[in-house]
Design a protein around this ligand. Structure first.
Ligand SMILES: N[C@@H](CCC(=O)N[C@@H](CS)C(=O)NCC(=O)O)C(=O)O
Length: 324
């Protein structure tokens, strides 16, 4: 027996109403349906420098709390790896607890079993969002910063033993900043603006800005590569990589970033392979964790909870781009 059209229409309207409410749980939107990333007051003093911080904590190592699937945390993890900070900054991996919708700490730190408890323990105001990445001074129990863009800059200046690449050489500072101004809203946040858009027009705006920015990156790499700022790897590359390495696994299938596959951008494709091949970078990439956390946790985008089986990251980073 077929369902009467009026029942189908009512069910659709009811689901749509419910969906808008569920999407509100993922993040706020403006009146036109554009996703607006929630912000918290910055924790970081404006002129934070490693020497001052080390002095404050009597030389005790700070703790960098990250989560495997979070692209913002991934940026800080990359700098930790590339700058060989293993002996100077302790890395703590939080686990995404899908049912509770929060980050869990296993083992607990100072009896804090969740990131939220850690934030409160370190004096964050009750309304403060507990996000990764966060840099913590365990000696004074204070939060030193929880915004990935300035945190990578701070970690790049953190004293370490031995040689490591300088990711923000003075001659590239302006270029790094101008990439940040373009890519943070259009690409890093842009994929979320596509995925969390509340209507078609909001999605269309975000999607157009996203692919225009990818086009600009492709052109720049072609004329001035092999890295975003020219001859050497910088923080601009580090900030972009976590978004593009998740592309085929989560952003294209789940957030609708699928107008053109990345292999249609041969310079971008090679850039991603090159960065992935740098020592320590592959260790920061866990495709299974990304898939499980995104498809498992973002209920309004994937109510059935089914996690796709592929693609396998290794097949992507080891294959050639299409020509043309
Ligand atoms: N401003 C932050 C954003 C970090 C962020 O949104 N992290 C997400 C994970 S990808 C988070 O921890 N969300 C938890 C929440 O909002 O409660 C940055 O760039 O570091």
């Amino acid at each position: 027996m077929s369902i009467p059209p009026v029942v189908v229409t009512a069910a659709r309207l009811g689901w749509r109403w419910q969906w808008q409410r569920l999407m509100g749980g993922l993040g706020p939107a403006d009146g036109a349906g554009n996703y607006i990333r929630p912000t918290s007051d910055p924790l970081t003093p404006p002129a934070l420098n490693p020497e001052e911080l080390l002095q404050r904590s009597a030389g005790q190592r700070p703790m960098l709390v990250i989560g495997r699937s979070c692209p913002w945390a991934h940026r800080t993890w990359l700098v930790h790896q590339l700058r060989h900070l293993h002996d100077s900054v302790t890395l703590v991996m939080a686990r995404a607890d899908h049912n509770a919708g929060r980050w869990a700490l296993t083992p607990a730190w100072e009896e804090c079993e969740t990131l939220l408890e850690l934030y409160r323990h370190c004096g964050a105001p009750p309304s403060y969002r507990a996000t990764v990445p966060v840099l913590v001074d365990p000696k004074t129990r204070t939060l030193l910063g929880n915004d990935s863009a300035p945190l990578v800059d701070l970690l790049n200046r953190w004293p370490q033993r031995g040689s490591a690449p300088e990711l923000a050489p003075p001659e590239s500072t302006d270029k790094i900043e101008s990439w940040q101004q373009l890519l943070q809203p259009a690409v890093n946040d842009g994929v979320y603006r596509c995925g969390f858009a509340r209507n078609q027009a909001a999605y269309d705006r975000a999607e157009a800005a996203l692919f225009a920015a990818l086009g600009a990156v492709e052109q720049s790499l072609e004329s001035n590569g092999p890295w975003l700022c020219g001859a050497s790897l910088t923080l601009a590359d580090v900030r972009l990589f976590p978004t593009l390495i998740r592309w085929e696994l989560v952003y294209a299938p789940l957030f609708g970033c699928s107008r053109r596959p990345l292999w249609h951008y041969p310079n971008l494709w090679d850039w991603r392979q090159r960065l992935y091949a740098l020592p320590g970078v592959a260790d920061t990439c866990d495709g299974d964790a990304w898939r499980h956390d995104y498809f498992g946790a973002l209920f309004p985008l994937n109510p059935g909870g089914i996690v796709p089986a592929g693609p396998n990251l290794s097949t992507l980073v080891n294959s050639k781009a299409a020509s043309g």
